[in-house]
Write a protein that binds this ligand. Structure first.
Ligand SMILES: [Zn+2]
Ligand SMILES: [Zn+2]
Length: 233
């Protein structure tokens, strides 16, 4: 028997069932005319969905409305973390961005997120260590591939040393950033001094490997940017 045959037999069997009444699991209304009030669902016991048509319609509507709202982000001036309950005056710095929420920000503050991430990592230390090692190895090999033979390794090392020194002497965290990302869909930058800059970690992380395409006109000495943003997922 083929899968399609078996499915057809199951459909037939469930279609032949006579359901006199059914209570909606959501609104708890008992309907007498089951085929009119409930949509077909062959994976259920009696062949009908557990929620009435009205409830399903409602759920779909509120879901799409929430998604629409989430797309048009509303600007906020302060935000309370739902974990620690602290209200932050600069929410866009204290919360990491999220595509799913109306505010465009995560519901936990960065501090609480860090704590949670550490707790999750502590449960499977070996697993996360191997992931980190693989990512580190990949990063090293990309850097190596992006380094041309003429790259000045002494100057590159000096830039990294300067960033390390800044990390020790100042309270902000600094990263060495590649101006043109080493790996993105639109461009592959080089691991050379001209493509390196020292940035605060917060800015560098929000930049990730986004690249804004541009053309430089040498006649007028001006740069034109295109409005396509590239990010590697
Ligand atoms: Zn209902
Ligand atoms: Zn918090």
């Amino acid at each position: 028997m083929y899968v399609s045959d078996r499915k057809a037999a199951l459909k037939k069997e469930k279609d032949s069932l006579v359901v006199s009444e059914q209570t909606c699991s959501k609104c708890l209304i008992t309907y007498v005319n089951v085929p009119e009030a409930f949509a077909k669902n062959y994976s259920s016991k009696n062949g009908y969905s557990s929620e009435c048509r009205a409830c399903v319609r409602n759920r779909v509507k509120t879901h799409s409305e929430r998604q629409k709202k989430a797309k048009t982000k509303t600007f906020i001036f302060n935000k309370t973390c739902s974990e620690c309950g602290v209200t932050y005056a600069h929410p866009y710095e204290s919360f990491s961005p999220s595509k799913k929420t109306v505010t465009g920000l995560h519901c936990y503050c960065r501090k609480c997120q860090d704590i949670r991430a550490k707790q999750i990592k502590a449960k499977k230390p070996d697993h996360y260590a191997s992931i980190a090692n693989a990512a580190h190895a990949k990063r090293r090999s990309t850097k190596l591939n992006a380094t041309p033979s003429w790259a000045n390794s002494k100057e590159i090392k000096a830039i990294y040393r300067k960033a390390a020194q800044l990390n020790k002497t100042t309270s902000t965290k600094w990263h060495v950033d590649h101006i043109d990302p080493l790996q993105s869909k639109l461009v592959c930058g080089l691991h050379v001094t001209e493509n390196l800059q020292i940035l605060p970690a917060s800015i560098n992380c929000s930049k990730s490997n986004k690249f804004r395409p541009y053309r430089h006109c040498f006649l007028t000495n001006s740069t034109y940017y295109f409005d396509i943003e590239d990010s590697e997922s």
